[in-house]
Design a protein around this ligand. Structure first.
Ligand code: ADP
Ligand code: MG
Length: 551
């Protein structure tokens, strides 16, 4: 047996670590299980290369607990460690990592509250003693046992272990006894380990017999080793995306559509994002995207990590370039994370454009659900706004949809104010403003619906971008002024009346001539007054007077 002292400067680090990590004790299991998964993957890699004859086919990670002995054990059939490797990886690397961590953050305790893992070492957050029993895959390796009670002193000795692999046995401390509970462990495993790439087993599956829950022979595997985002888009059908969505959010409505992210360069990133169907825009739920690092759950609080408007989306982002063992504030300032964020923005915009282009009808159908994301994105991300010009839609009170360009064409002859600005009339409450809407429609104007929580901001943005565009609410005085002014300007000056009087006399029957002089609106063919601008009216009159002169 060998006794040693771990090379750290502080006599006892654990109280400090515990204090720092207080808010997030449950990550210990993520760290220990993901180490077991790593060890298994390493052995699989070696086996695939023919560098070991150890069987990896049924390799599983097993999590168990013993309420009486107050232990939680994580066992794997991975590569294991030799005595030298335990010295190197457990004693030195893990602990030097802790030292580095302390150096870095000793003046900045707040920065690390939240998501922070410290690998193997985090087991001491919940344990007064940790034991490692491990046997390396290397031929003739002697199994060893390492034990440490949280002080820098450790024990390393020969041990018995039939198979290659590692057991990590955590002797749970008094404050952490909540973890000696099936439901609690299930909850943590579900949160962090649900999509790990190696089967993780927690107890046996249960069945109901005579109203009682009984254990079956079958392993209770808690994870899906090949979640949809790890597959190629060509291998997935619409149903696969939908069923993966249900796996993530069992109680949600089916999503509108998805975006499969698959990037190799300049960073690695995979994932599937979903546009959720919202029941109403007020109850928009943020922070549904789950962030993974090599299929290990990192966080579902992605604010500050992805652009704000994308926090409205659902789904999964997985990138080995998203550092696992760091604080939130570090994540937010990390340059990789920033690159990832702008890349996703671009992808989302491209996908929207693609859907718009390939199936406008479908896009219009989904617009009412989609628009809140798009509007939010336009308001908050310049790059996104540029692209959104191509697929942003206006909807009018008749339920018709228009692109920017289309709408401009629609109103440009008919809805301008005296300064030549385009006037976009809109309603934010179709019931309340019903009569105003009807009035405007009778006058031949078009009225848009802009009634969601972001409309006011969006209007602001549009007007700022192009001061030649005015958005006028249908029931505001401004509309009246606008319309009155136009009517005002439709009236002919006395001089003009004098000039035109002979023309009226000559071309129109007497009463019509009078009519013109009263409201100065020429009659259309149906006998209804035509709505045309004053200039247009004058032009027509002059044409007629020329005709008269000529005839
Ligand atoms: P990291 O996983 O980031 O390398 P950890 O502190 O979690 O850091 O683990 C330190 C090292 O200890 C690992 O890199 C690995 O070499 C070794 N190790 C930990 N757990 C196991 C295990 N179950 N099987 C084999 N090696 C392990
Ligand atoms: Mg680790």
């Amino acid at each position: 047996m060998q006794k040693g002292k771990i090379g750290v400067s502080s006599d006892n680090l654990f109280p400090i670590i515990k204090k720092f990590l207080y808010s997030d004790h449950d990550i210990f299991l993520r760290e220990i299980v993901s180490n077991a998964v790593d060890a298994t993957q390493k052995l699989k890699t070696l086996a695939a290369r023919g560098e070991t004859a150890v069987s990896v086919e049924n390799a599983k990670v097993r999590v168990s607990f013993d309420a009486e002995k107050k232990t939680i054990t994580v066992s794997d059939n991975g590569i294991g460690m030799t005595a030298e490797e335990v010295e190197k990886y457990i004693n030195q690397i893990a602990f030097s990592g802790a030292n580095e961590f302390l150096d870095k953050y000793k003046n900045d305790a707040n920065a690390i509250i939240g998501h922070f893992g410290l690998g193997f070492y985090s087991s001491f957050m919940v344990s007064h003693k940790v034991e490692v029993i491990t046997k390396s895959y290397k031929e003739g390796a002697q199994a060893v046992r390492w034990e440490c009670d949280g002080s820098p002193e450790y024990i390393l000795e020969d041990a018995e272990r039939a198979e290659v692999g590692t057991d990590i046995i955590m002797y749970v401390n008094e404050e952490s006894e909540e973890f000696l509970d099936k439901a609690r462990l299930n909850e943590i495993l579900n949160k962090y380990c649900k999509f790990l790439p190696v089967p993780v087993v927690f107890g046996k599956k249960t069945d109901w017999k005579d109203g009682k829950e009984v254990e079956t022979e079958e392993d209770n595997q808690i994870n899906d080793v090949a979640p949809a985002w790890t597959k190629k888009p060509v291998d997935l059908k619409d149903e696969d995306y939908t069923s993966f969505y249900r796996q993530l959010y069992p109680f949600g409505d089916d999503p509108l559509f998805n975006i499969h992210l698959n990037v190799d360069y300049p960073f690695e990133l995979t994932g599937i994002l979903y546009f959720p169907k919202l029941k109403n825009t007020v109850e928009v739920q943020k922070n549904k995207i789950q962030l993974y690092c090599n299929q290990v759950f990192v966080t579902d609080s992605v604010e500050g990590i992805v652009p704000d408007f994308l926090t409205l989306l659902h789904g999964v982002i997985d990138s080995p370039d998203i550092p696992l063992n760091v604080s939130r504030s570090y994540l937010q300032s990390d340059s990789n994370v920033k690159k990832i964020s702008s890349h996703i923005t671009k992808k989302v915009a491209d996908r929207l454009q693609e859907i718009y282009k390939s199936n406008r009808e479908d896009f219009e159908k989904k617009w009412d659900d989609l628009k809140i994301f798009i509007e939010y994105g336009m308001l908050t991300e310049e790059k996104f706004e540029e692209k959104a010009q191509n697929f942003f839609l206006f909807k009018n009170v008749d339920g018709k949809y228009f692109t920017w360009e289309e709408y401009e064409t629609l109103i440009k002859d008919n809805q301008t104010d005296k300064d030549g600005n385009l006037v976009y009339l809109y309603t934010n409450d179709q019931d309340e403003q019903y009569t105003f809407i009807q009035d405007a429609k009778n006058k031949g104007y078009d009225v848009l619906i802009m009634d969601d929580v972001l409309s006011a901001h969006l209007i602001n943005k549009f007007e700022q971008k192009d001061p030649k565009k005015r958005f006028v609410r249908i029931d505001s005085d401004v509309v009246n002024n606008l319309i009155q002014k136009e009517e005002e300007s439709d009236k002919l000056s006395w001089k003009e009346r004098e000039e035109l009087s002979p023309v009226f006399q000559a071309v129109c029957p007497a009463n019509n001539g009078v009519h013109y002089q009263v409201d100065f609106k020429p009659m259309g063919e149906s006998g209804q007054p035509m709505v045309i601008t004053r200039n247009e009216f004058m032009r027509r009159m002059k044409d007629m007077s020329k005709l008269q002169g000529g005839g």
